[in-house]
Design a protein around this ligand. Structure first.
Ligand code: SAM
Length: 284
């Protein structure tokens, strides 16, 4: 039995229909209504698990309106599940607006965890950096995309992007334009599906690899880009490090870096990265 008036946020497979939890199937079979991004896509999934629950449509363009209808259902003591076409709702997918409204109205929101393309990719990429930043989809226009990548340039953790097949080449080309050719890129394509591919190489090699085989440009992509190099302590003299540390203890980061640059004559970006690491406790 499910508790009345609750919203269940249920993760569904990102390819392989078996990648759904027993709990998710139980909930989807028992709720009064399932709100799905595309009824057709979800019907296929539900049918394969012999689930016949009533479906309504909730997508990016009607989420606010349908959220109010779902609130009315919850107020009438019905139970509702939210699913999207693939993976976890709310992750580069609709869901956040509905969840926010439901929580505002004091109803319980129960997450039913499961597949997520970003986590799936990182779990099998063999990236030893324990930190990552999930970005999701970059802007579709090259100019805006490069501007956004510039903002991310100094991040020293793995950057995770989602990308569509028709933009994969220009996206990698823009990454080269902003980050140079040497950063490592893991291309995780068609995860959990027939043509699943996980390939790691430099950005320059990645572009050539994609161009060499148009099959590798098809399907769904997660891109995992290595972060900015943490400046080695040895790159910066002990004296400069000491100066920066002293300034950081009394001044805001930007001001400390500016003064440290003037005092030591060292590269401002290098000192900035070191200062960030000092603040985060990664460098002493
Ligand atoms: N909510 C989903 C999740 O939890 O991962 C993401 C939905 S988003 C609209 C779809 C994007 O996720 C695709 O364009 C692709 O970048 C990525 N994606 C989804 N399924 C994938 C798969 N099987 N292999 C690689 N990437 C996938």
């Amino acid at each position: 039995m499910l508790t009345k008036s609750e919203l269940y946020v249920v993760a569904t497979p990102i390819g392989n229909l078996n990648d759904i939890s027993l709990r998710a199937l139980d909930v989807l079979g028992k709720v009064d209504v399932i709100a799905a991004e595309h009824v057709q896509t979800s019907r296929h999934l539900l049918k394969s698990h012999a689930i016949g629950t009533k479906l309504i449509t909730l997508h990016q363009h009607n989420e606010a309106i349908v959220a109010e209808k779902i609130l009315a259902l919850l107020a009438a003591e019905k139970t509702v599940a939210l699913i999207t076409d693939a993976g976890t709702p709310g992750i580069s997918d609709p869901g956040a607006i509905l969840v926010k409204r439901v929580r505002e109205q004091g109803h319980e929101v129960i997450p039913i965890p499961g597949a997520n393309a970003a986590v799936c990719a990182i779990s099998a990429a063999g990236i030893t950096d324990p930190h990552f930043l999930f970005y999701g989809f970059l802007p579709t226009k090259s100019g805006l995309r490069k501007r956004e990548l510039e903002v991310l340039k100094s991040q020293n953790c793995t950057l995770i992007f989602y990308e569509a097949p028709h933009r994969i080449l220009e996206c990698v080309a823009d990454m080269i334009a902003v980050f140079g050719e040497q950063r490592q890129l893991t291309i995780a394509r068609e995860l959990t599906k027939l043509f699943e591919t996980i390939h790691t190489c430099s950005l320059a090699e990645a572009l050539a690899w994609l161009q060499a085989d148009t099959n590798q440009q098809k399907g769904e992509f997660v891109l995992l880009l290595s972060g900015a190099e943490i400046p080695e302590k040895s790159e910066i003299s002990a004296q400069a490090q000491h100066t920066l540390k002293c300034l950081l203890s009394d001044l805001p980061l930007k001001q400390a870096v500016k003064l440290a640059t003037e005092i030591t004559g060292k590269n401002k970006n290098t000192l900035y990265k070191l200062a960030l690491n000092m603040k985060e406790g990664k460098a002493q």
